[in-house]
Design a protein. Sequence first.
Length: 123
Amino acid sequence: MQNAKRTIIATLSGVLCGFICYGLASSGPGELAWPVSVQIILSRTLIGFAIGVSCWRMHHWAIHGLVMGAIFSLPLAFSGLMAPESPEYSTSAMFIGTIVLGMSYGLIVEIITSLIFKARIQS
């Protein structure tokens, strides 16, 4: 493991983003099934962990967060395509929204990890 401090901070930031995402998802009509709730939290935690252990150097830390957020949001986005159609949302909008929010959470994790706690990717 390259940097334990970076991994821990990024993973905990991912957990925080997971609960933020869960709060946003549960604010809609109806109750979320518990497997969906767990999947949301774990998906965002995985983004944080992946950012923490990644040694994939990009030109800027923000690009790293956006790319990792998009990549690790794909499983959650594809599972959103299996949701039943609803008048409140379409499955394609859920797919795109999940990836865009994943990119946002990846950026937030990188801001917390790289800027606030100064735990940057080591060469």
